[in-house]
Design a protein around this ligand. Structure first.
Ligand SMILES: [Zn+2]
Length: 119
């Protein structure tokens, strides 16, 4: 099944806005130290499936541990609506925080647990 469609999303205050095209069949609930606290749910897309419409200058970056993922968040409202990273093979990857997509019922998603705590 492939129901890829274009979603819009962004941070809380509206400074950061983006579009992404994804089917949301693989949404990850990670138990690592930051995802647990943020409550983020992630869908991973390629850079060509993602377009930041506004807010690049409003983003601050947070990194920890191995510093492979840029946890970018809005300076104004503090929300991490997406993150930038690389896949194990080294290609660029965008992690969409699906909780930040407009009008999406996250309760209807099948979540894939990820044991990021023990990486
Ligand atoms: Zn904001």
């Amino acid at each position: 099944m492939n129901y890829a469609r274009t979603y819009t999303g962004g941070c809380h205050c509206g400074a950061v806005r983006y579009e992404t095209t994804t089917d949301l069949t693989h949404v990850v609930s990670c138990n690592c130290s930051i995802c647990r606290k943020r409550g983020a749910l992630w869908a991973f897309v390629k850079p060509e499936q993602f377009a930041l419409r506004c807010g690049e200058d409003d983003l601050a970056d947070y990194q920890f541990n191995r510093k492979v993922i840029h946890h970018v968040f809005c300076r104004e409202c503090g929300i991490e609506s997406f993150a930038r990273g690389t896949t194990p093979d080294g290609s660029a990857m965008i992690a969409i925080n699906v909780r930040c997509l407009d009008d999406l019922d996250v309760g209807g998603l099948a979540l894939t647990p990820f044991d990021g705590k023990h990486l």
